[in-house]
Design a protein around this ligand. Structure first.
Ligand SMILES: *[C@@H]1O[C@H](CO)[C@@H](O)[C@H](O)[C@H]1NC(C)=O
Ligand SMILES: *[C@@H]1O[C@H](CO)[C@@H](O)[C@H](O)[C@H]1NC(C)=O
Ligand SMILES: *[C@@H]1O[C@H](CO)[C@@H](O)[C@H](O)[C@H]1NC(C)=O
Ligand SMILES: *[C@@H]1O[C@H](CO)[C@@H](O)[C@H](O)[C@H]1NC(C)=O
Ligand SMILES: *[C@@H]1O[C@H](CO)[C@@H](O)[C@H](O)[C@H]1NC(C)=O
Ligand SMILES: *[C@@H]1O[C@H](CO)[C@@H](O)[C@H](O)[C@H]1NC(C)=O
Ligand SMILES: *[C@@H]1O[C@H](CO)[C@@H](O)[C@H](O)[C@H]1NC(C)=O
Ligand SMILES: *[C@@H]1O[C@H](CO)[C@@H](O)[C@H](O)[C@H]1NC(C)=O
Length: 711
């Protein structure tokens, strides 16, 4: 022994062995499961498999009391659950174990019961495991690896303290009523139950509520199946930001609020000891960051009903944060002026339905609703899910004198408020949630009240507008009359007369264009009666297949295109729209008629082309377009000298003289107007479009016809 004692190698070996032994002990303690008969002593810990969570004994900051709790491995101050928050252990002799009955029990050094997991039904052979989610689950030994909550005899997630973790399910049901499973710590150093609790109020739409000693302190606004409508930043970032869900009701009518983070990040939601809801995310920079994009811890508007009843809180309003709803006035003006908002506002005028005067109640104008947007809807709504739409919802509200307001929100449907309108907030940005409106009831005179002055303005505006309309109608009528005087009806009653002229000749006009046309009055002095028929493909090629860029104009008859024949000759091609409903017979008659009329002041038809539905008229091209182009264009008008004007007038007169007298056909143009006078390169006027009206039956739209340009 003596030699041994003096041997330092032996000492080293001994201490190494001891160290190894302790390390092995330690390793055995670092485990995620505690089984029946096993104990966790102060100083030992359970670790979740992913090593995110630890369970063991701890003391809060500045405190010597010992608690059993769960915290993050990487941030031991972030305690997410406490077992014995009401009964701290004063020394370090506490023991957590599963006792013979299968129960999870915490005892102090004197073996006194400190805490007991409230298990409803016990099993003989149990174990408890700290899951990767941070959930500490007691279940039968054989189903300990089962993560299914149904096999759990007890779990820490169903007995939370102040922290909501992803994976927790908060039950919500009207039968259960208000549930407040989360309770703040008393202070930063004391985990015992504090003044604030957090939970869900299922009445009037599920919403998350924080309660203080005096009642509600904050609420999230109702859940619309996507987000809580009172949290603007949440509504703006539904998909990526939050994973909150409320499950569909199960057979007992209970729904569950769950949270599934959209990312792998670690989240926790805490009701802090100061009564604030903290939404935190573990950042790569090794600290907890608040989730809100604009955290504003001093936002007074977030305090429940900060501005009192019938007032809205608007923190972007620099003048005053609280404002009465329109139609309401501060209950106590002096307090209001001193920024003591708590008394809120009251109606300026009693609702008509509440009037004590029977006569005015029954005979007066009914109350109305005023619309408000970008609002956190008041608390304590009543849901009327059977109402299909906003109108029905409003009707239901109007029927009930107690109903002060209504709103129709997708996902919640009809909401009405029969109590005071409390905890309203005005939001600056409420993009997604902004698509619902809130209507509150007012005496009809209040609704008009805002508009009393503007009503007068509206009346004046109406009168002025009416006068203006009448005047312009009269002017238009005058103008139209003028136009008509010069261009007279196109194709209405006296159509027949002209048509008769051609009709009488109809049988003489051979349907065959190439046939002998000697029957036709030999008015054609210079040119032969033959009207060249163009091959459709040639015309199509000349106009680049009726290329839009070549379009000169569009009229009721069809479009006019500029084209260039292979020889380089420029042409204008009128393509009769297929839907103009004219027969081939009339078309041919008409073109022969035009072809026979040859005068230097009439536009010259070069030919035609008929192929199937396609009917084309080919005219000579007029580089200077129509007269109206010049007359009604300020700059071009100036270029139009008096000599040219005289020439044009003379030319038109000559053309008319020819039509009316010198030609044997006696054509009445009937649609003579500036747009139908074309000008060639030398500014010689040429009457065009004459007789075309005859090609169309009475159903032709006159106005449309008038708009033909370019031919
Ligand atoms: C936990 O410890 C028990 C024995 O105490 C052992 O059988 C089991 O494998 C350990 N589990 C883990 C995950 O280390
Ligand atoms: C703990 O005590 C120290 C010193 O008294 C104090 O400065 C600190 O704020 C305390 N911490 C908490 C969380 O109360
Ligand atoms: C537990 O097991 C014992 C015997 O091993 C048995 O007497 C007892 O009834 C069992 N208890 C339960 C609740 O199963
Ligand atoms: C619990 O089950 C494990 C295997 O699943 C077994 O090794 C262990 O002995 C069981 N413990 C008790 C107390 O029955
Ligand atoms: C909780 O309420 C008590 C009594 O109303 C008060 O003294 C204490 O300061 C409150 N604590 C917090 C954190 O507000
Ligand atoms: C939405 O959430 C994502 C992820 O948290 C964030 O990057 C983004 O800035 C948020 N967008 C808005 C508009 O808050
Ligand atoms: C604010 O007004 C209420 C009554 O409406 C009163 O009880 C309270 O003391 C006032 N608060 C302040 C700070 O004046
Ligand atoms: C009731 O109202 C009607 C009309 O609104 C009015 O003429 C009548 O004087 C009122 N009666 C009372 C008792 O106020």
């Amino acid at each position: 022994m003596g030699t041994h004692k003096r041997n330092p190698v032996f000492l080293l070996l001994a201490s190494l062995t001891f160290l190894l032994f302790s390390f092995a002990q330690f390793c055995r303690a670092v485990n995620d499961t505690i089984r029946q008969g096993e104990t966790i002593r102060d100083g030992h810990i359970l670790k979740s498999e992913n090593n995110y969570f630890q369970l063991g004994f701890f003391s809060p900051v500045n405190s010597t009391s010992r608690y059993v709790g769960i915290w993050y491995t990487f941030d031991q101050k972030a305690v997410v659950w406490v077992a014995n928050r009401n009964s701290p252990i004063s020394d370090r002799n506490g023991v957590l174990r599963i006792e013979v009955e299968g129960n999870l029990v915490l005892r102090d050094g004197n073996n006194n019961l400190v805490w007991l997991a409230p298990v409803s039904s016990l099993a003989n052979n149990t174990a408890a495991r700290l899951h990767n989610s941070g959930n500490f689950v007691l279940s039968r030994n054989d189903s300990i690896d089962d993560s299914d909550a149904n096999t759990a005899l007890w779990e820490s997630f169903s007995n939370p303290t102040d922290t909501f973790l992803p994976g927790m399910r908060v039950p919500v049901s009207s039968k259960l009523g208000v549930s407040k499973p989360y309770r703040s710590w008393k202070s930063a150093t004391d985990p015992s139950p504090g003044n604030y609790s957090m939970g869900v109020d299922p009445n009037g739409g599920q919403q998350i509520v924080i309660w203080g000693k005096e009642g509600r302190r904050w609420r999230s606004g109702q859940w619309n199946l996507q987000f809580f409508i009172g949290i603007p930043y949440m509504s703006n970032n539904v998909s990526s930001f939050h994973g909150f869900k409320i499950s569909l009701p199960d057979e007992t009518g209970t729904m569950y609020i769950t949270y599934k983070p959209p990312t792998q990040d670690l989240f926790r939601f805490v009701i802090s000891w100061e009564g604030k809801e903290r939404q935190l995310k573990w950042d790569d920079d090794k600290k907890w960051l608040p989730l809100q994009s604009e955290p504003d811890p001093d936002n007074k508007c977030e305090l429940y009903n900060y501005c009192g009843n019938y007032a809205t809180c608007d923190r972007s309003n620099s003048r005053r944060i609280c404002n009465c709803l329109e139609g309401f006035k501060p209950k106590f003006q002096d307090q209001w002026d001193q920024e003591n908002w708590s008394a809120g506002c009251e109606r300026k005028i009693q609702l008509q339905c509440q009037s004590t005067n029977r006569t005015s109640r029954e005979n007066g104008k009914p109350d109305g609703f005023k619309k408000l947007k970008c609002t956190k809807l008041p608390d304590l709504a009543t849901l009327l899910p059977s109402e299909e739409n906003s109108e029905a919802c409003g009707k239901r509200c109007l029927e009930n004198c107690q109903c002060k307001a209504y709103a129709f929100v997708t996902g919640i449907r009809c909401m009405v408020w029969t109590g005071d309108l409390i905890d309203m907030q005005h939001f600056q940005q409420f993009q997604q949630a902004g698509n619902f409106q809130f209507f509150y009831r007012l005496h009809h005179s209040e609704l008009d009240g805002g508009r009393k002055i503007s009503n007068l303005v509206i009346v004046i505006i109406c009168v002025v507008v009416a006068c203006f309309l009448v005047a312009s109608l009269w002017l238009l009528w005058r103008y139209k009359k003028k136009v008509k005087v010069s261009s007279m009806p196109c194709c209405k009653d006296d159509d027949v007369e002209i048509f008769d002229v051609s009709k009488s000749k109809r049988k003489e006009f051979s349907a065959d264009l190439s046939g002998p046309s000697d029957i036709l009055i030999d008015e054609n002095q210079d040119n032969g009666p033959e009207l060249p028929i163009f091959n459709f493909s040639v015309v199509a090629a000349a106009t680049k297949n009726f290329y839009e860029g070549n379009k000169l104009g569009q009229g009721g008859f069809g479009a006019v295109y500029k084209g260039e024949l292979p020889g380089g000759k420029e042409i204008a091609v009128k393509r009769l729209s297929g839907k103009s409903g004219q027969g081939l017979e009339e078309f041919k008659t008409e073109i022969i008629l035009i072809a026979r009329l040859q005068h230097r002041n009439l536009v010259r038809l070069l030919g035609c082309s008929i192929q199937g539905e396609e009917k084309l008229l080919i005219y000579e091209y007029m580089p200077n377009k129509s007269l109206d182009n010049l007359l009604f264009d300020a700059t071009k008008k100036a270029e139009l000298g008096w000599r040219t004007r005289l020439n044009i007038i003379e030319g038109i007169a000559r053309g008319l003289l020819y039509l009316h007298r010198d030609s044997r056909l006696r054509i009445i143009h009937r649609d003579l107007k500036a747009s139908n006078i074309l000008l060639d390169a030398e500014m010689n006027p040429k009457i065009s479009d004459f007789g075309m009206a005859r090609m169309f039956q009475g159903n032709q739209n006159e106005a449309n016809t008038v708009r033909v340009v370019g031919t």
